[in-house]
Design a protein around this ligand. Structure first.
Ligand SMILES: [Zn+2]
Length: 92
């Protein structure tokens, strides 16, 4: 096991601990409800993250929102492929 070669002086320990201070928390506002929250975390007030419901006491609510989002994505995909096919036809 590695062992320290020399004794750590009290001055060295003290100077290291002198830089150990309280820093104010950095926070941002929720994009859904405007409640202050920690960055990169789910809002504790409404349970939204990145405009998507993540946490709720109602499981059905989360499922319904997810289903809705997936359906939107599918519609967008179909519309994209339709547009691409139309463009191909125009070129020919
Ligand atoms: Zn919120």
């Amino acid at each position: 096991m590695a062992l320290p070669k020399r004794k750590h002086s009290k001055a060295r320990t003290g100077s290291r601990k002198a830089n150990w201070k309280i820093v104010a928390l950095n926070y941002s506002l929720c994009s859904h409800c405007g409640h202050p929250r920690l960055p990169h975390t789910v809002c504790s007030n409404c349970g939204y993250y990145n405009n998507e419901l993540i946490v709720s006491h109602l499981k059905e609510e989360i499922r319904a929102k997810r289903k809705e989002r997936k359906q939107k994505e599918m519609i967008e995909k179909v519309e994209k492929t339709m547009e691409e096919e139309e463009q191909k036809k125009k070129k020919e």
